[in-house]
Ligand binder design. Structure first.
Ligand code: GRF
Length: 202
């Protein structure tokens, strides 16, 4: 088996997707190990989840510094730790073009919609307002334009007429927890790559 890829997860909050990745990475045949969790929020619950699993954690606050300085700190920390793939999991900062280019093809995000539909925020409210029959989750390579990167993997869920945003969010979140570990597996095994702005599958 190829050596496991070193993965960092960037979070801002709850960290349930982080937990799904941590749990998946416990399997002997999983191609990635979570070596570092970085949060921009000091008391993010996800940090405690990582610490409880013996994973190194770090808070890098975004306040009182420019975006380039913040991203530069993260970038230097990731490189010093030997990180090979970066997973954004509820990380609520927009990363600069320079950072994104520096990690091109090795930086993925999870978004709670079937991209390219419903980019941005207030996703579940907008999905319900739109009256669509399905929503879902997407893992995509990160490119400078927000939520616009090529899709690595998606999982679809139904939207029911009685759904509230919270009910739909919970259904999508359960799908996210299966999807993100599967998508990271593909990236870590080199079964999907970002080439000339497209996701190319082996
Ligand atoms: C998830 O819904 C994810 O799609 C979005 O932010 C939420 C993070 O949840 N980007 P958690 O922190 O992983 O529990």
């Amino acid at each position: 088996m190829s050596p496991k890829k070193n993965v960092a997860v960037l979070i801002s909050g709850r960290g349930s997707n982080l937990q799904a990745l941590i749990d998946a990475a416990k399997a002997a045949d999983y191609p990635a190990r979570i070596v570092l969790v970085i949060s921009n929020v000091a008391n993010a619950p996800g940090l405690s989840r990582a610490a409880a699993e013996g994973i190194a954690t770090l808070t890098i606050p975004h306040k009182d510094k420019g975006r380039e300085a913040f991203d530069g700190e993260i970038d230097a920390t990731l490189r010093a730790a030997g990180v090979e793939i970066v997973c954004l999991a509820g990380f609520m900062r927009i990363l600069s073009d320079g950072f994104v280019r520096g990690w091109e093809g090795r930086l993925v995000n999870i978004h709670p919609s079937l991209l390219p539909d419903f980019k941005g925020t207030r996703v579940h409210e907008r999905v319900i307002e739109a009256g669509v029959a399905h929503s879902g989750a997407s893992v995509h390579f990160v490119v400078p334009e927000l939520d616009a990167g090529p899709v690595v993997a998606q999982e679809r869920v139904p939207v029911h007429p009685s759904d509230t945003p919270d009910i739909l969010a919970a259904r999508v979140l359960a799908a996210e927890h299966k999807l993100y570990p599967a998508a990271l597996r593909l990236v870590a095994e080199g079964k999907v790559r970002l080439e000339h702005g497209l996701a190319v599958f082996a």
